[in-house]
Write a protein that binds this ligand. Structure first.
Ligand code: GCW
Length: 841
């Protein structure tokens, strides 16, 4: 048996027919199509060897190609594409087409019901003794989705059966925040796949590959440039270049769209104004849109960010978002294009001293009165929460306020506030919590998912937008686990009723194979990862507690307060949390429909996880869990960091069961995450202890008997420096080596004899790659280079919550009287900084 398998594999390899069997660098994402085991392949023995593709459009031809590619890769069968459709009558065949086309060819076949344009049905019938596997798509995209569905079943070794599906809603887009210079705002996986140096890249292979990934989960649109849009976007030469991106996406049915700046008529068109009600401005948009459609006939439309974070907008002329959106929408309407106007409009110069000021109110305040005044091809694109992609937010009240307007929910796949693809955080459970929230508009069931699907208020054009920000890194998002978020986003956009378990399970199987141990281990890691991240970052709805003025990565708690950005939690020595009640606070809660407002308004009914978002409470307040608020904060941070510390060992169970490349990459990231979770835990708990003056009942916070802080060690060359924010280092201090040669820290140990772990907490700056060496009684026991598992956004030259990290040496035998030395050798501008050494069993 073994012998036979070996021959089969060898044959496939020789034929070059296992395209993903080479390096597993993650580039195939969930489309690996790994060769199936012989046993599993038997399930599909009866698969036809011929394909009849009737529709003959680029998308439909691609559907046939994908079918052949996937089957070939997984089963080793070479399907033949029939040049003459009538061959179906003489051999078993796959038949791909629209219902009308298939029925004309195979009159015995009839669709079971109507198939939506982008929907598909898969069924088998026998004609003249030949098995026909019919993949019918309402239109060509549906055929492609049907093919991907079938292949996904095979890759998971599931038995094939008749099936019919259609997408939840028409808008299923990604947004990429790519700049024309090739950088990506909030991108954590390399540079843009679209742009470089002010132009569209010459080689767009990655764009075609991205299109496949998107289509395979049913996504049908992509706005490819940053919502903080470059004004060159609508220059004629740029449109010409952009058309190449649309070409690369076209076979996958992904319509390219663009983010545009509302001042374009003035800046690009040289008009004296961009006032949306000025007829010249309307004419300019009309002719610009005509120009685009000449080059890009399937252009999707525009995403507009206006009057937000420094972008200009209709407010400049005293006009409304509706007036602006409608002018642009009218230009797109004849071509079938849409406007996604972002609901993310707010004032970032709020008055901190005004206790009624509240950024969370902005979406509703700016848009609800405009309900019903938008053109039918305008969709309001609303971030899921009222602030900005924090680790936990309530749903935006705007969803329930727009009842005569199309809406799309904006979710963030790129983990801006959520670990920047250096922490594993599977976001599907968070999105499910959002989508399943029943807003009880009109005192009836109106879950967010049904609102954006257009079901609740009978709107035709709703949907889902995911800010994806894939980059040139081979595996698209940098963390091998992060692609589950892109996959999960697509799956939820297609069908928001899917469960977290269904999504994670198929992603794992497709990405890492069907070995039961691999599947159960990865599923379990992913499933809890959001809750774990929440536990060690921002509890109880307070926000992520990151430095909001910096890169939104590590802890930096005070940054949220005393400024105009409005990400406040209003902490003082007595209590913490934003009072958003109607009774005594900002009144935000009154923006929800009454039944939901009642829950949030009541201190006792408000769920713990949103408590600090809705209420200002004393630290001694007793939560539903029975714990005081302050003790909950301490305990949850310790629990979260403790779970993160289990990730490496759980992952190590998979050694040899998955490829080495992704195994090692993930292991490194898990080790890093476990260390950074401690930075988070300590920073947040220390901060809460200082502000509240209430100690941790378990005595952990501020009391670290296993640690030797660097400032307390005998230093040769190392000198203390202050760390900002103070909570990011023990005692608010670390040490730096500010000379060219090495510096050392030495300490005498007094531990009972035994085996120990020695962890060094240090800072990794991007300004150099310092070397560190640990010596026990003068003998080397470990060395490493500070060369960054950090996200690329970390450009800080500073020692802070983003740059803090740790290295651990395990299994060190110690005895009383040992001398431990840490030698740091600076590099570039990085002074080999150290916070503390921790020695544990
Ligand atoms: O979350 C904030 C980000 C900005 C982003 C903005 C937005 C593209 O920090 O980087 O700008 O939201 O969504 O427009």
């Amino acid at each position: 048996m073994y012998f036979r398998n070996a021959i089969v594999l060898l044959t496939w390899a020789l034929l070059g027919s296992a395209p993903f069997a080479q390096a597993e660098n993650g580039s195939a994402g969930w489309l690996r199509y790994a060769p199936l085991s012989q046993r599993a392949a038997q399930l599909y023995e009866k698969i036809p060897r011929h394909v009849v593709e009737i529709t003959n459009t680029p998308v439909a031809r691609n559907a046939a190609n994908e079918l052949m590619r996937g089957i070939h890769s997984m089963l080793g069968n070479d399907l033949q594409l029939a040049s003459d459709p009538s061959t179906f009558a003489i051999q078993d065949s796959f038949v791909l087409g629209t219902p009308a086309e298939i029925h004309a060819l195979v009159p015995a076949w009839k669709a079971a019901g109507t198939i939506a344009d982008e929907g598909f049905s898969i069924s088998e019938i026998t004609v003249n003794g030949h098995a026909l596997w019919i993949i019918a798509g309402g239109a060509d995209r549906g055929e492609l989705y049907g093919v991907f569905h079938l292949l996904e079943q095979i890759a998971q070794e599931k038995p094939l059966s008749s099936d019919a599906e259609s997408p939840s809603s028409p808008i299923r887009w990604v947004n990429q925040w790519d700049n024309l210079n090739g950088s990506i705002e909030r991108g954590y996986a390399g540079r843009s796949i679209f742009f470089d140096n002010g132009h569209v890249r010459t080689d767009l292979t990655r764009v075609s590959d991205y299109g496949r990934l998107l289509a395979s989960v049913g996504l049908n649109g992509a706005a490819v440039n940053n919502v903080n849009s470059d004004l060159r976007t609508l220059e004629p030469e740029m449109i010409h270049e952009l058309a190449r991106i649309a070409d690369a996406f076209r076979p996958c049915g992904v319509r390219m769209s663009l983010s545009v700046d509302l001042s374009s008529p003035q800046v690009v068109g040289h008009l004296s104004t961009f006032d949306p009600i000025d007829p010249n401005v309307a004419t300019w948009w009309q002719s610009k849109v005509d120009e685009i459609y000449k080059e890009i006939p399937d252009f999707g439309g525009f995403v507009i960010k206006a009057d937000s974070e420094g972008r200009v907008g209709p407010s400049k002329y005293g006009r409304t978002p509706a007036q602006a959106a409608n002018t642009v929408a009218r230009a797109l309407k004849p071509h079938g294009g849409v406007v996604l106007y972002r609901g993310f409009v707010y004032n970032n110069h709020l008055d901190w001293n005004d206790l009624k000021a509240d950024r969370a109110r902005a979406g509703y305040d700016n848009f609800h009165a405009l309900d019903g005044t938008f053109e039918p091809n305008v969709i309001i694109q609303i971030k899921h929460g009222p602030i900005d992609f924090q680790v936990r937010e309530p749903v935006s009240p705007l969803f329930a306020a727009l009842r005569h307007t199309n809406q799309a929910i904006e979710l963030q796949v790129t983990q801006e506030y959520i670990g920047q693809q250096r922490h594993m955080v599977f976001l599907v459970p968070m999105w499910k919590a959002v989508l399943d929230t029943d807003m009880r508009a009109e005192n009836r069931s109106t879950p967010v998912k049904e609102i954006v699907e257009g079901k609740s208020f009978r709107q035709p054009l709703g949907g889902f937008v995911g800010v994806a920000n894939v980059g040139l890194d081979a595996d698209w998002l940098h963390h091998p686990m992060a692609m589950a978020n892109l996959y999960g986003f697509g799956k939820l956009a297609w069908n928001p009723d899917l469960t977290t378990d269904q999504i994670v399970d198929s992603w794992t199987r497709l990405t890492f194979g069907n070995d039961p141990k691999v599947v159960s281990t990865i599923d379990a890691l992913q499933r809890d990862s959001w809750r774990v991240y929440e536990q060690y970052t921002g509890p109880l709805g307070i926000g992520t507690l990151t430095n909001i003025l910096g890169i939104h990565y590590g802890p930096g708690i005070d940054s949220a307060e005393h400024n105009g950005w409005g990400q406040w939690f209003r902490g003082d020595s007595q209590g913490i949390g934003m009072d958003r009640t109607v009774a005594t606070g900002t009144g935000y809660i009154g923006q929800y429909p009454p039944e939901l407002a009642k829950v949030y308004e009541s201190l006792t009914a408000c769920p713990d996880e949103l408590l600090l978002f809705m209420h200002h409470v004393p630290y001694s307040y007793v939560l539903h869990s029975g714990k005081t608020l302050i003790q909950y904060v301490y305990d949850s941070h310790y629990a979260g960091a403790e779970t993160a510390a289990t990730y490496p060992a759980r992952w190590q169970q998979l050694h040899g069961l998955i490829d080495d490349e992704r195994y090692e990459q993930t292991l490194d990231l898990f080790i890093y995450q476990a260390g950074h979770a401690i930075v988070w835990r300590d920073a947040v708990t220390r901060w809460f202890q200082r502000i509240s003056g209430i100690p941790d009942r378990q005595g952990r916070v501020g009391n670290y008997p296993d640690r030797i802080v660097a400032e307390d060690m005998a230093a040769d060359g190392y000198a203390p420096v202050d760390v900002t924010p103070w909570e990011a280092a023990s005692n608010g201090q670390a040490v730096e080596c500010n000379r060219a040669a090495s510096c050392t820290l030495t300490t005498k140990l007094d531990r009972p004899a035994g085996a120990y772990k020695i962890a060094v907490q240090y800072f990794d700056l991007r300004t150099g790659a310092s070397h560190y060496e640990l010596l026990l009684n003068g003998n080397p026991i470990g060395h490493w280079v500070a060369d960054a598992t950090l996200p690329p956004a970390v450009v800080d030259k500073q020692l802070d919550g983003s740059t803090g990290t740790r290295f651990t040496v395990r299994g060190v035998s110690l005895k009383p009287g040992d001398r431990l030395t840490l030698r740091g050798t600076p590099d570039g501008e990085e002074p080999a900084p150290v916070d503390y050494i921790e020695i544990t069993k």
